[in-house]
Design a protein around this ligand. Structure first.
Ligand code: ADP
Length: 622
C-alpha cells in the first residue's frame, strides 16, 4: 500500500503548483531545520511509532512481489530457487500435482494474510501520522496566532492584510504539507534500500538491467523541474495578486458600486485570473512532459527486464529463471515509485523550508512595546492623564506630535480639536500605547505608563472609534466583547444605557441576532451606540471618543450625544470633537496645529483670546 498522503508519481498535482518552489532557499539550512525540529520534539515518541509502522508496512508490502520468484520457480516449476546464491530446492516436497496445488493454496492464503496485515498497519499509521502532523501544526499555528496578537499596531499599518493572511495561513499550510510528505520520504527511502537488496538477492544481472534507465530519469526530471521552478514562482506572485484583488474588491465594494467601477474591477480580476490560467497551462505542459518521461522510462525498464531477462533465461546465464523475471516486474514498480516520489519531495521540502523560514521570520518580529520586566499591575483609581513633552512620529525623522504637554484632571472632559491631519488621532493612540513616543512621557495618576503592564493600562482605557468594527457573531456577543462572561441582564442594561435596546428588541432574534462581518446591517450611529454599550461593560477610568464626522440626523445625533454624556460621567474623557455642542461643554480644549498644541483652555477663554480656536469656531470646521 502506498502512503495515502504521497504525491502521485512525477511530482504533485496541479493544485500544488502555486507556491514558490525555491523561494531563494536552494540549500538546506540546517539551522532552520534544527529550529523547526523544536516543534517536533515534544512528539518524537509518536513520530517514532509512526515511522516504525511505515517501515513495517513498506517491508510487508514487498514480500508478495519478492516471493513470486520462489512460488514460480519452486512451486509451479517444482525446481530450484536461488536467493543470494543459496539454492532452495522444493522438488522433493512436491511429488505430484496435488501437492503443488496444496502449496499454491497455502501460498495464496499466506500472501492474502500479509496483504491484509500490511493494509491494517497502513490504516493505523496513516491515522496516527495525520494526528501527529496535526498536533505539531496546531502548535505552530497557535504560536503564529499568539504572535500576531503581540505585534505592535505599527506592523498592521505597514503590512497589507493579504500579506499577513499569507503568513498566518499559507505558510503554515506549506509547512504542514512538508511534514506530511516527510512520511513519504521515509517510505520511499525504505523502499530504495529494501527493493534493490531483494533484486540483488534474486539476480544481480537483472538488477543491473533495472538500473540502466535511472540516470536518464534523474537527469530528465531535474531538467523539467528547473523549467517548472520559475513558473511556480510566477504563479505564487499571481496568486497573491488574485487574493489582493478579491480582498480589495470586497473591502471596497461600496466605492466600486458608487463610482460604477464594476466593469473595471471585473476586468482586473479577469486579467489576473487569465494570467494565472496561462501559467497553469504552461506548467501543465511541462508537467505532462515530466509525466511522460517518467512513465515512458518505466515502461522501457520493464521491457528491458522482460526481454533482457528472457534472453538470460534462454542463454542460461546469470542464474536467471522465469520466476525471477516475473518477480522483477512488480519489484520494478516499487523501485521506480520512490524515485519519482523523491524527485517530487525535493520541491515540497524546498517550498516547505521557504515557508518555514518565513514563519520564523514572522515569529522573530519584535513584539509590541516590550514590556519592562519590572512592569507592575496598577489599578488606576482616578484617571488623571499627564503628557510631558511628548514627541512622536510614525517615522522617527518625521514627527507628527511635537513637544506636547498638558494635564487632564481626573474626571475632566478634554476636547481635542484641529484640522484634519493635525495629529488628534495620533495623540490619543499614544495613551493605550498603540505607539511609543520618541521622547517625553505620559503618566496616568502619576504612574509613567511605560512602567505599567499593558494589560492593566488597557483595562483602564476604553475607546469608541468613529467606525466601530463588529465581529461576526450575535449582538450580545458583540456587546460583551470586552468581558468574557456573558450575563444577559448586564448586557441588556448596557444596551439600555446606550439607548440601543429598543432597536435590538426590534430585531428578529433580538440579542441573538447575527451581525455581519463589518456590521453592515447596523447604521453608523447604531454601531457607535453598540460600542458605547461595550464600554459600559468594560467600565474604564478613561474613555476616548472619536466623534463621527459624517452628519447624522438631528435626533440620532442627540441620542448619541446623550449616550456619550452618560458614558463620560465620572470618567476622564478625551473627545476628538467635531461638533461645537460637544466642544463648548468641555473642561479643557486642546487646539492642535501641525502636531503642536497651539492653544488650550475652555471655550470662553479661548474665544476671548481670538486666536486659532476662534478662527475654527468662526469657520465651523473642526
Ligand atoms: P487627525 O486625527 O488630526 O486627522 P492623525 O493623527 O490621523 O490626524 O494624523 C496625523 C498625521 O500622521 C497625518 O499626517 C497622517 O498622514 C499621519 N499618520 C496617521 N496615521 C499614520 C500611520 N498609521 N502611519 C503613518 N502616518 C500616519
Amino acid at each position: 500500500m502506498r502512503p495515502p498522503s504521497g504525491p502521485p508519481p512525477g511530482g504533485g498535482p496541479p493544485h500544488r503548483f502555486g507556491p514558490d518552489a525555491a523561494g531563494g532557499a536552494t540549500r538546506m539550512d540546517m539551522r532552520l531545520l534544527r529550529r523547526a525540529l523544536e516543534f517536533v520534539r515534544p512528539y518524537r515518541r509518536q513520530l517514532g511509532t509512526v515511522y516504525l509502522f511505515y517501515f513495517l508496512n513498506s517491508v510487508l508490502n514487498l514480500i508478495p512481489a519478492a516471493s513470486l520468484a520462489w512460488y514460480m520457480d519452486g512451486v509451479v516449476r517444482g525446481g530450484a530457487f536461488s536467493f543470494f546464491g543459496r539454492v532452495f530446492d522444493l522438488g522433493p516436497s512436491l511429488p505430484d500435482v496435488r501437492a503443488k496445488l496444496i502449496w499454491s493454496a497455502g501460498y495464496f492464503a499466506a500472501v492474502l494474510l500479509l496483504i491484509a496485515g500490511a493494509n491494517a498497519i497502513g490504516v493505523f499509521m496513516w491515522r496516527l501520522g495525520t494526528r501527529v502532523c496535526q498536533r505539531i501544526m496546531l502548535d505552530v499555528k497557535h504560536r503564529v496566532n499568539e504572535h500576531l496578537h503581540e505585534l505592535p499596531v505599527s506592523y498592521f499599518d505597514a503590512e497589507r492584510t493579504g500579506a499577513i493572511m499569507t503568513r498566518a495561513v499559507g505558510d503554515t499550510d506549506q509547512m504542514e504539507q512538508m511534514l506530511r510528505d516527510s512520511y513519504v520520504l521515509l517510505y520511499a527511502s525504505t523502499h530504495l534500500v529494501t527493493v534493490p537488496l531483494i533484486m540483488i538477492g534474486l539476480s544481480p544481472a537483472l538488477f543491473v538491467c533495472a538500473l540502466l534507465p535511472v540516470p536518464v530519469i534523474w537527469a530528465a526530471v531535474r531538467r523539467v523541474r528547473t523549467h517548472l521552478r520559475p513558473i511556480y514562482r510566477e504563479m505564487r506572485e499571481q496568486q497573491s495578486l488574485i487574493g489582493a484583488t478579491i480582498q480589495e474588491n470586497i473591502a471596497g465594494i461600496r466605492e466600486i458600486k458608487a463610482f460604477e467601477r464594476e466593469p473595471a474591477a471585473r476586468r482586473t480580476y479577469l486579467r489576473t485570473n487569465l494570467a494565472q490560467a496561462r501559467l497553469v497551462h504552461k506548467a501543465m505542459r511541462v508537467f505532462s512532459l515530466n509525466h511522460q518521461i517518467l512513465y515512458g522510462t518505466r515502461d522501457l525498464a520493464m521491457l528491458l527486464i522482460g526481454v533482457g531477462g528472457g534472453a538470460l533465461v534462454v542463454l542460461g546465464r546469470g542464474h536467471v529463471t522465469l520466476g525471477t523475471v516475473l518477480a522483477f516486474i512488480p519489484l520494478m514498480g516499487r523501485f521506480f515509485d520512490p524515485i519519482h516520489q523523491l524527485v517530487g519531495f525535493y520541491d515540497v521540502i524546498q517550498r516547505g523550508l521557504a515557508a518555514t523560514q518565513r514563519v520564523f521570520e514572522f515569529l522573530d518580529l519584535p513584539p509590541e512595546v516590550p514590556e519592562d520586566p519590572g512592569a507592575r499591575t496598577v489599578k488606576f483609581a482616578r484617571g488623571e492623564v499627564r503628557f510631558e513633552h511628548v514627541t512622536f512620529g510614525y517615522k522617527p525623522d518625521r514627527p507628527v506630535l511635537c513637544d506636547v504637554s498638558f494635564v487632564a484632571p481626573a474626571g475632566a472632559k478634554i476636547a481635542i480639536v484641529g484640522s484634519t491631519g493635525s495629529g488628534k488621532t495620533t495623540l490619543v493612540s499614544l495613551l493605550p500605547r498603540f505607539y511609543e513616543p520618541q521622547s517625553g512621557r505620559i503618566l496616568i495618576d502619576g504612574e509613567p505608563i511605560r512602567d505599567v503592564r499593558l494589560e492593566s493600562l488597557r483595562q483602564a482605557i476604553g475607546i469608541v472609534f468613529q467606525e466601530t468594527f463588529l465581529f461576526h457573531g450575535t449582538v450580545a456577543q458583540n456587546i460583551a466583547f470586552a468581558r468574557r462572561q456573558l450575563d444577559p441582564e448586564r448586557i441588556r442594561d448596557a444596551a439600555r444605557f446606550a439607548s440601543i435596546d429598543a432597536f435590538i428588541e426590534s430585531l428578529p432574534d433580538r440579542y441573538e441576532s447575527q451581525v455581519g462581518e463589518r456590521g453592515v446591517k447596523l447604521s453608523g450611529g447604531q454601531r457607535q451606540r453598540l460600542s458605547i454599550a461595550r464600554m459600559i461593560l468594560k467600565d474604564p477610568r478613561i474613555v476616548i471618543l472619536d466623534e463621527a464626522t459624517s452628519s447624522v440626523d438631528a435626533e440620532t445625533e442627540r441620542a448619541i450625544q446623550e449616550s456619550f454624556e452618560k458614558l463620560m460621567e465620572g470618567r476622564t474623557a478625551f473627545i476628538i470633537a467635531h461638533r461645537l455642542s460637544t466642544i463648548r461643554h468641555a473642561d479643557l480644549i486642546l487646539v492642535l496645529e501641525d502636531g503642536r498644541i497651539a492653544e488650550s483652555g475652555n471655550h470662553e477663554d479661548l474665544l476671548a483670546r481670538n486666536g486659532r480656536y476662534a478662527e475654527l469656531v468662526a469657520s465651523a470646521k473642526f
